[in-house]
Design a protein around this ligand. Sequence first.
Ligand code: HPA
Length: 273
Amino acid sequence: MDNVYEKLMTCLASVRQKTDFVPEVALILGSGLGNYAEHIKTECMIEYTEIEGFPVSTVAGHKGRYVFGYIGDVPVVAMQGRVHYYEGYPMTDVVLPTRLMGLMGAKKLILTNAAGGVNLSYKAGDFMLITDHITTGVPSPLIGQNIEELGVRFPDMSEVYSLRMKSVIKEQADKLGIKLQEGVYAQLTGPAYETPAEIRMIRIWGADAVGMSTACEALAARHMGMEICGISCITNMAAGVTNEKLSHKEVQETADRVAKDFESLVTEIIKNI
Ligand code: HPA
């Protein structure tokens, strides 16, 4: 058996020793958005450090745990804190937590992140519904021996972000009076923010937002057949768009400023997805 799969099985067994909770929806909470977990009627929490073989995040502002419980009647598992490629983990470790939620039983995945606005019509504080992604800037988590138990060697990626979920999200955002941009998310490695030239490059590629996560997780989740949607919080305009310098502080401040709207949107998405 492939050792990536073995490690997943070890982690799954470790989770199953602590809870038999079967989530329907998996949720990954991005930078500054981790407080959403407080909305979950919690049944159980597992710190990442308690899971044998689990990669543990090192970024300030990222808690590291799974929260199991309910939003309305919907059983969910939320990742409060994710692992990033720039932390030095191999891509297979970066997507392990996502795959693990799929193996726990979650059929649907909601991805969130903080992202830089590449599309010049965006403003800091906007939300962007992810319609597609560009992973060209990072290695594929599917490189290496294919894990047949999860999915096929050459998976189709023509609809990574579910059109069905997209229409549910737009309807819920409308009801809440929350404006949603729609666009393509490009993942680069970080941890440095991009240069203005890199931002011009990915704008030409067709990206509307840029970040250091999400697309690899979506790719791995799609490989195993999960239905996926994603929302970016545009926390800043990307490098070179304005004269301002980029900082993690600004990213967190913007995410905090719009957290209430984000939280109501995610709740309605979960209840209606
Ligand atoms: N670039 C990359 N990642 C980010 C950014 C950005 O401008 N803002 C928040 N995450």
